[in-house]
Ligand binder design. Sequence first.
Ligand SMILES: Cc1ncc(COP(=O)(O)O)c(C=O)c1O
Length: 392
Amino acid sequence: MRIHTKAVHAGDRSKAGDYIPVTSPIYTAASYFYQRLEKLDRIFAREEEGYCYARYGNPTNAALEELVAALENGAGALACSSGMMAIQTALLAALTDRPKRVLAAEALYGATITLLTSVLEPLGVETRFVDACDLAAVERALEQHRPGCLLVETISNPLLRVAPVDRLAERARAAGACLVVDNTFATPLLVRPLELGAEFVVHSATKYLAGHGDVLGGVVVTTTEHLETLRALARASGPGLGPFESYLTMRGIKTFPLRMERQCTNARRIALWLKEHPRVERVFFPEDERHPDRETVTRLLPGGLYGGMVSFEIRGAGRDEIFAFMDRLRLIVRATSLGDVHSMILYPAMSSHREVAPKQRERMGIRDNLVRLSVGIEDVEDIVEDLAQALL
Ligand SMILES: Cc1ncc(COP(=O)(O)O)c(C=O)c1O
Protein backbone atom coordinates (compact mmCIF):
# COMPACT_ATOMS: atom_id res chain seq x y z
CA MET A 1 0.00 0.00 0.00
CA ARG A 2 1.10 3.52 -0.71
CA ILE A 3 0.99 6.42 1.76
CA HIS A 4 -2.36 7.98 0.72
CA THR A 5 -4.02 4.54 1.01
CA LYS A 6 -2.37 3.70 4.32
CA ALA A 7 -3.50 7.04 5.78
CA VAL A 8 -7.14 6.12 5.12
CA HIS A 9 -7.12 2.38 5.93
CA ALA A 10 -4.33 1.33 8.31
CA GLY A 11 -5.40 0.65 11.90
CA ASP A 12 -9.16 0.69 11.20
CA ARG A 13 -11.62 -2.12 10.44
CA SER A 14 -9.19 -4.93 11.21
CA LYS A 15 -11.14 -6.55 14.06
CA ALA A 16 -13.19 -9.59 13.11
CA GLY A 17 -16.64 -9.89 14.73
CA ASP A 18 -20.38 -9.75 14.06
CA TYR A 19 -20.13 -6.13 13.13
CA ILE A 20 -17.15 -4.00 12.15
CA PRO A 21 -17.23 -0.27 12.83
CA VAL A 22 -15.86 1.75 9.91
CA THR A 23 -13.76 3.85 12.30
CA SER A 24 -12.05 2.78 15.53
CA PRO A 25 -14.25 3.51 18.59
CA ILE A 26 -13.06 5.52 21.59
CA TYR A 27 -12.43 3.08 24.44
CA THR A 28 -12.50 4.91 27.75
CA ALA A 29 -12.32 1.85 30.04
CA ALA A 30 -9.41 1.86 32.46
CA SER A 31 -9.56 -1.95 32.89
CA TYR A 32 -10.62 -5.04 30.94
CA PHE A 33 -11.68 -8.51 32.07
CA TYR A 34 -12.70 -11.81 30.50
CA GLN A 35 -15.14 -14.65 31.14
CA ARG A 36 -12.38 -16.66 32.74
CA LEU A 37 -9.62 -15.28 34.93
CA GLU A 38 -7.15 -17.67 33.25
CA LYS A 39 -7.22 -15.47 30.14
CA LEU A 40 -6.55 -12.27 32.09
CA ASP A 41 -3.64 -14.03 33.78
CA ARG A 42 -2.16 -15.00 30.38
CA ILE A 43 -2.57 -11.43 29.15
CA PHE A 44 -0.86 -10.00 32.23
CA ALA A 45 1.95 -12.51 31.62
CA ARG A 46 2.06 -11.40 27.96
CA GLU A 47 1.59 -15.02 26.85
CA GLU A 48 -1.49 -13.84 24.95
CA GLU A 49 -2.31 -10.55 23.21
CA GLY A 50 -5.10 -8.57 24.84
CA TYR A 51 -6.03 -5.70 27.11
CA CYS A 52 -5.94 -5.68 30.89
CA TYR A 53 -5.26 -2.14 32.05
CA ALA A 54 -5.23 1.11 30.05
CA ARG A 55 -1.65 2.04 30.94
CA TYR A 56 -0.58 -1.24 29.33
CA GLY A 57 -2.58 -0.62 26.17
CA ASN A 58 -5.93 0.51 24.85
CA PRO A 59 -7.67 -0.49 21.59
CA THR A 60 -8.07 3.13 20.39
CA ASN A 61 -4.39 3.84 20.95
CA ALA A 62 -3.48 0.50 19.36
CA ALA A 63 -5.33 1.51 16.18
CA LEU A 64 -3.47 4.83 16.04
CA GLU A 65 -0.16 3.10 16.77
CA GLU A 66 -0.76 0.62 13.93
CA LEU A 67 -1.56 3.53 11.61
CA VAL A 68 1.53 5.62 12.39
CA ALA A 69 3.79 2.54 12.34
CA ALA A 70 2.42 1.81 8.84
CA LEU A 71 3.08 5.39 7.67
CA GLU A 72 6.67 5.27 8.92
CA ASN A 73 7.25 1.63 7.92
CA GLY A 74 8.12 0.71 11.50
CA ALA A 75 7.49 -2.50 13.46
CA GLY A 76 5.33 -0.75 16.04
CA ALA A 77 4.58 2.53 17.77
CA LEU A 78 3.65 4.11 21.07
CA ALA A 79 1.12 6.95 21.26
CA CYS A 80 2.23 9.52 23.85
CA SER A 81 0.61 12.44 25.63
CA SER A 82 2.71 15.02 23.73
CA GLY A 83 5.59 15.33 21.31
CA MET A 84 7.90 16.07 24.24
CA MET A 85 6.77 12.89 26.01
CA ALA A 86 7.48 10.99 22.80
CA ILE A 87 11.03 12.42 22.65
CA GLN A 88 11.69 11.67 26.31
CA THR A 89 10.35 8.10 26.02
CA ALA A 90 12.33 7.41 22.83
CA LEU A 91 15.53 8.70 24.47
CA LEU A 92 15.01 6.59 27.59
CA ALA A 93 14.30 3.50 25.45
CA ALA A 94 17.35 4.15 23.25
CA LEU A 95 19.60 4.57 26.30
CA THR A 96 18.24 1.57 28.25
CA ASP A 97 21.22 -0.66 27.49
CA ARG A 98 23.61 1.96 26.15
CA PRO A 99 25.95 4.57 27.68
CA LYS A 100 23.90 7.39 29.23
CA ARG A 101 25.25 9.99 26.82
CA VAL A 102 23.40 11.85 24.07
CA LEU A 103 24.92 13.55 21.07
CA ALA A 104 22.32 16.07 19.90
CA ALA A 105 22.04 18.31 16.89
CA GLU A 106 22.57 21.98 17.67
CA ALA A 107 19.52 22.82 15.58
CA LEU A 108 16.65 21.54 17.72
CA TYR A 109 13.29 22.72 19.03
CA GLY A 110 13.83 24.84 22.19
CA ALA A 111 11.95 22.53 24.57
CA THR A 112 14.01 19.56 23.34
CA ILE A 113 17.18 21.43 24.32
CA THR A 114 15.61 22.18 27.72
CA LEU A 115 14.63 18.51 28.16
CA LEU A 116 18.24 17.49 27.54
CA THR A 117 19.94 20.18 29.60
CA SER A 118 17.49 20.73 32.47
CA VAL A 119 15.78 17.37 32.93
CA LEU A 120 18.05 14.59 31.66
CA GLU A 121 21.44 16.17 32.42
CA PRO A 122 20.71 16.49 36.20
CA LEU A 123 19.70 12.80 36.12
CA GLY A 124 23.15 11.92 34.81
CA VAL A 125 22.50 11.83 31.07
CA GLU A 126 25.36 13.83 29.58
CA THR A 127 24.58 15.76 26.40
CA ARG A 128 26.93 17.26 23.83
CA PHE A 129 25.76 19.28 20.85
CA VAL A 130 27.08 19.08 17.31
CA ASP A 131 26.29 20.51 13.89
CA ALA A 132 24.46 17.42 12.59
CA CYS A 133 24.80 18.61 8.98
CA ASP A 134 28.62 18.50 9.26
CA LEU A 135 29.46 14.79 8.94
CA ALA A 136 33.13 15.23 9.84
CA ALA A 137 32.13 17.03 13.06
CA VAL A 138 29.60 14.28 13.85
CA GLU A 139 32.27 11.57 13.34
CA ARG A 140 34.66 13.41 15.66
CA ALA A 141 31.97 13.91 18.32
CA LEU A 142 30.90 10.23 18.13
CA GLU A 143 34.51 9.20 18.62
CA GLN A 144 35.16 11.59 21.54
CA HIS A 145 31.82 11.49 23.38
CA ARG A 146 30.90 7.80 22.68
CA PRO A 147 27.15 8.49 23.06
CA GLY A 148 24.39 5.92 23.47
CA CYS A 149 22.25 7.90 21.10
CA LEU A 150 22.31 10.57 18.42
CA LEU A 151 19.27 12.89 18.30
CA VAL A 152 18.39 15.02 15.27
CA GLU A 153 15.40 16.66 13.56
CA THR A 154 14.92 15.74 9.88
CA ILE A 155 14.05 19.35 9.05
CA SER A 156 15.09 21.58 11.91
CA ASN A 157 13.01 24.07 13.86
CA PRO A 158 13.05 26.97 12.89
CA LEU A 159 15.90 27.35 10.34
CA LEU A 160 14.91 24.33 8.24
CA ARG A 161 18.31 22.67 8.06
CA VAL A 162 17.97 19.20 6.51
CA ALA A 163 19.87 16.45 8.33
CA PRO A 164 21.63 13.74 6.26
CA VAL A 165 19.66 11.03 8.09
CA ASP A 166 21.01 8.17 5.91
CA ARG A 167 24.66 9.12 6.51
CA LEU A 168 24.05 9.83 10.21
CA ALA A 169 22.45 6.38 10.61
CA GLU A 170 25.57 4.73 9.18
CA ARG A 171 27.90 6.74 11.42
CA ALA A 172 25.77 6.20 14.54
CA ARG A 173 25.48 2.44 13.98
CA ALA A 174 29.24 2.11 13.45
CA ALA A 175 29.80 3.93 16.76
CA GLY A 176 27.25 1.76 18.63
CA ALA A 177 24.75 4.61 19.06
CA CYS A 178 21.01 4.60 18.28
CA LEU A 179 19.78 7.27 15.89
CA VAL A 180 16.60 8.99 17.14
CA VAL A 181 14.94 11.28 14.58
CA ASP A 182 12.29 13.89 15.26
CA ASN A 183 10.36 13.73 11.98
CA THR A 184 7.69 16.29 12.93
CA PHE A 185 8.55 18.88 10.24
CA ALA A 186 9.26 16.44 7.40
CA THR A 187 6.46 13.93 8.11
CA PRO A 188 6.50 10.43 6.56
CA LEU A 189 5.27 11.92 3.28
CA LEU A 190 8.74 13.44 2.73
CA VAL A 191 11.14 11.21 4.68
CA ARG A 192 10.81 7.90 6.52
CA PRO A 193 13.91 7.76 8.74
CA LEU A 194 13.53 4.08 9.72
CA GLU A 195 13.98 3.17 6.04
CA LEU A 196 17.24 5.14 6.14
CA GLY A 197 18.63 3.29 9.17
CA ALA A 198 17.28 5.29 12.14
CA GLU A 199 16.10 3.21 15.09
CA PHE A 200 13.49 5.52 16.62
CA VAL A 201 11.27 8.13 14.95
CA VAL A 202 9.31 10.61 17.02
CA HIS A 203 6.52 12.99 16.12
CA SER A 204 4.72 15.79 17.74
CA ALA A 205 1.37 14.49 16.45
CA THR A 206 -0.02 17.87 17.52
CA LYS A 207 1.35 19.18 14.22
CA TYR A 208 0.93 17.77 10.68
CA LEU A 209 -0.40 14.32 11.68
CA ALA A 210 -3.44 15.56 13.64
CA GLY A 211 -3.38 18.82 11.73
CA HIS A 212 -6.42 20.69 13.07
CA GLY A 213 -5.14 22.48 16.16
CA ASP A 214 -7.37 20.49 18.51
CA VAL A 215 -5.12 17.85 20.03
CA LEU A 216 -1.79 17.59 21.87
CA GLY A 217 -0.07 14.29 21.22
CA GLY A 218 3.08 12.47 20.23
CA VAL A 219 4.15 9.15 18.76
CA VAL A 220 7.31 7.04 18.90
CA VAL A 221 7.82 4.52 16.10
CA THR A 222 10.55 1.92 16.24
CA THR A 223 12.01 -1.30 14.85
CA THR A 224 11.36 -4.88 16.00
CA GLU A 225 14.60 -4.76 18.00
CA HIS A 226 13.45 -1.95 20.31
CA LEU A 227 9.70 -2.46 20.42
CA GLU A 228 9.51 -4.51 23.62
CA THR A 229 11.89 -2.11 25.43
CA LEU A 230 9.64 0.79 24.40
CA ARG A 231 6.48 -1.01 25.54
CA ALA A 232 8.03 -2.12 28.84
CA LEU A 233 9.04 1.48 29.52
CA ALA A 234 5.49 2.62 28.76
CA ARG A 235 3.97 -0.01 31.06
CA ALA A 236 6.19 1.21 33.90
CA SER A 237 5.98 4.98 33.34
CA GLY A 238 2.59 5.59 31.66
CA PRO A 239 3.38 8.18 28.97
CA GLY A 240 0.28 7.23 26.93
CA LEU A 241 -2.11 9.41 25.01
CA GLY A 242 -5.77 9.58 26.07
CA PRO A 243 -8.28 7.70 23.86
CA PHE A 244 -10.14 10.87 22.76
CA GLU A 245 -6.89 12.40 21.53
CA SER A 246 -5.99 9.14 19.79
CA TYR A 247 -9.31 9.20 17.97
CA LEU A 248 -8.84 12.84 16.88
CA THR A 249 -5.30 12.11 15.71
CA MET A 250 -6.49 9.15 13.62
CA ARG A 251 -9.26 11.23 12.14
CA GLY A 252 -6.72 13.90 11.24
CA ILE A 253 -4.27 11.45 9.69
CA LYS A 254 -6.78 10.28 7.07
CA THR A 255 -6.24 13.57 5.21
CA PHE A 256 -2.64 14.20 6.29
CA PRO A 257 -0.94 13.33 2.96
CA LEU A 258 -3.43 15.47 1.03
CA ARG A 259 -3.05 18.39 3.41
CA MET A 260 0.72 18.08 3.44
CA GLU A 261 0.97 18.07 -0.36
CA ARG A 262 -1.10 21.26 -0.49
CA GLN A 263 0.94 22.85 2.33
CA CYS A 264 4.17 22.03 0.47
CA THR A 265 2.83 23.59 -2.76
CA ASN A 266 1.62 26.71 -0.95
CA ALA A 267 4.94 27.03 0.91
CA ARG A 268 6.94 26.97 -2.36
CA ARG A 269 4.88 29.83 -3.76
CA ILE A 270 5.21 31.87 -0.55
CA ALA A 271 8.97 31.28 -0.26
CA LEU A 272 9.45 32.57 -3.84
CA TRP A 273 7.23 35.59 -3.20
CA LEU A 274 9.01 36.48 0.05
CA LYS A 275 12.41 36.27 -1.67
CA GLU A 276 11.42 39.13 -3.96
CA HIS A 277 9.99 41.34 -1.22
CA PRO A 278 12.13 44.40 -0.38
CA ARG A 279 11.35 44.20 3.38
CA VAL A 280 12.55 40.61 3.57
CA GLU A 281 16.25 40.18 4.30
CA ARG A 282 16.50 36.41 4.06
CA VAL A 283 14.25 33.42 3.43
CA PHE A 284 14.92 29.96 4.86
CA PHE A 285 13.38 27.22 2.70
CA PRO A 286 14.84 23.83 1.67
CA GLU A 287 14.16 24.37 -2.04
CA ASP A 288 16.46 27.41 -2.12
CA GLU A 289 19.40 26.84 -4.49
CA ARG A 290 21.75 28.28 -1.87
CA HIS A 291 20.37 26.20 0.99
CA PRO A 292 23.37 24.97 3.05
CA ASP A 293 22.15 21.35 2.82
CA ARG A 294 21.38 21.41 -0.88
CA GLU A 295 22.95 18.00 -1.53
CA THR A 296 20.93 16.33 1.26
CA VAL A 297 17.76 18.06 0.09
CA THR A 298 18.27 16.67 -3.42
CA ARG A 299 19.10 13.19 -2.12
CA LEU A 300 16.44 12.79 0.58
CA LEU A 301 13.43 14.97 -0.23
CA PRO A 302 11.04 14.00 -3.03
CA GLY A 303 10.91 16.50 -5.90
CA GLY A 304 8.47 19.35 -5.24
CA LEU A 305 7.95 18.48 -1.56
CA TYR A 306 10.09 20.69 0.67
CA GLY A 307 7.81 20.92 3.71
CA GLY A 308 5.17 23.42 4.70
CA MET A 309 7.38 25.70 6.79
CA VAL A 310 9.00 28.95 5.65
CA SER A 311 11.10 31.10 7.98
CA PHE A 312 12.21 34.63 7.11
CA GLU A 313 14.02 37.64 8.48
CA ILE A 314 12.55 41.11 8.19
CA ARG A 315 15.12 43.73 7.23
CA GLY A 316 16.19 45.92 10.15
CA ALA A 317 13.41 44.63 12.43
CA GLY A 318 13.67 44.06 16.16
CA ARG A 319 11.08 42.75 18.58
CA ASP A 320 8.81 45.86 18.31
CA GLU A 321 8.72 45.86 14.50
CA ILE A 322 8.11 42.10 14.45
CA PHE A 323 5.23 42.45 16.92
CA ALA A 324 3.74 45.29 14.83
CA PHE A 325 4.05 43.19 11.64
CA MET A 326 2.42 40.18 13.30
CA ASP A 327 -0.37 42.32 14.80
CA ARG A 328 -1.21 43.60 11.32
CA LEU A 329 -1.89 40.07 10.03
CA ARG A 330 -5.60 39.38 9.57
CA LEU A 331 -5.73 35.81 8.28
CA ILE A 332 -2.53 34.11 9.44
CA VAL A 333 -3.01 32.97 13.03
CA ARG A 334 -0.43 34.45 15.43
CA ALA A 335 -0.09 31.50 17.77
CA THR A 336 2.40 28.84 18.76
CA SER A 337 2.31 25.52 16.91
CA LEU A 338 2.51 24.47 13.28
CA GLY A 339 1.20 22.01 10.74
CA ASP A 340 -2.46 22.96 11.13
CA VAL A 341 -4.91 23.49 8.26
CA HIS A 342 -4.75 27.24 9.01
CA SER A 343 -1.57 29.22 8.43
CA MET A 344 0.23 30.17 11.64
CA ILE A 345 3.12 32.45 12.46
CA LEU A 346 5.33 32.68 15.49
CA TYR A 347 8.31 34.63 16.74
CA PRO A 348 10.92 32.00 17.81
CA ALA A 349 12.64 34.39 20.23
CA MET A 350 9.30 34.74 22.09
CA SER A 351 7.94 31.21 21.90
CA SER A 352 9.56 28.10 20.38
CA HIS A 353 13.10 29.14 21.45
CA ARG A 354 12.26 31.41 24.38
CA GLU A 355 13.96 29.15 26.92
CA VAL A 356 17.21 29.12 24.94
CA ALA A 357 19.60 31.80 26.26
CA PRO A 358 19.87 34.80 23.84
CA LYS A 359 23.59 34.16 23.25
CA GLN A 360 22.96 30.49 22.36
CA ARG A 361 20.05 31.55 20.14
CA GLU A 362 22.40 33.86 18.29
CA ARG A 363 24.95 31.05 17.91
CA MET A 364 22.16 28.88 16.51
CA GLY A 365 21.49 31.60 13.91
CA ILE A 366 18.07 32.51 15.33
CA ARG A 367 18.12 36.30 15.12
CA ASP A 368 15.67 38.75 16.64
CA ASN A 369 14.26 39.61 13.19
CA LEU A 370 13.29 36.01 12.38
CA VAL A 371 9.70 34.78 12.09
CA ARG A 372 8.50 31.24 11.37
CA LEU A 373 5.51 30.69 9.13
CA SER A 374 3.59 27.41 9.03
CA VAL A 375 1.75 27.47 5.75
CA GLY A 376 -1.84 26.20 5.80
CA ILE A 377 -4.16 24.78 3.15
CA GLU A 378 -5.94 28.07 2.37
CA ASP A 379 -5.93 29.58 -1.12
CA VAL A 380 -2.31 30.64 -1.34
CA GLU A 381 -3.19 34.03 -2.86
CA ASP A 382 -5.08 34.94 0.33
CA ILE A 383 -1.99 34.10 2.41
CA VAL A 384 0.21 36.19 0.09
CA GLU A 385 -2.21 39.13 0.27
CA ASP A 386 -2.22 38.98 4.06
CA LEU A 387 1.60 38.99 4.19
CA ALA A 388 1.71 41.83 1.63
CA GLN A 389 -0.58 44.13 3.63
CA ALA A 390 1.31 43.42 6.87
CA LEU A 391 4.84 43.81 5.43
CA LEU A 392 4.63 47.59 5.13
C1 LIG B 1 10.12 19.70 16.07
C2 LIG B 1 9.28 19.57 17.29
N1 LIG B 1 9.41 18.49 18.06
C3 LIG B 1 8.68 18.33 19.18
C4 LIG B 1 7.78 19.30 19.59
C5 LIG B 1 7.02 19.10 20.86
O1 LIG B 1 5.72 18.71 20.61
P1 LIG B 1 4.51 18.90 21.63
O2 LIG B 1 4.25 20.36 21.72
O3 LIG B 1 3.41 18.09 21.01
O4 LIG B 1 4.96 18.36 22.94
C6 LIG B 1 7.60 20.44 18.81
C7 LIG B 1 6.65 21.48 19.23
O5 LIG B 1 6.57 22.54 18.66
C8 LIG B 1 8.38 20.59 17.63
O6 LIG B 1 8.28 21.68 16.87
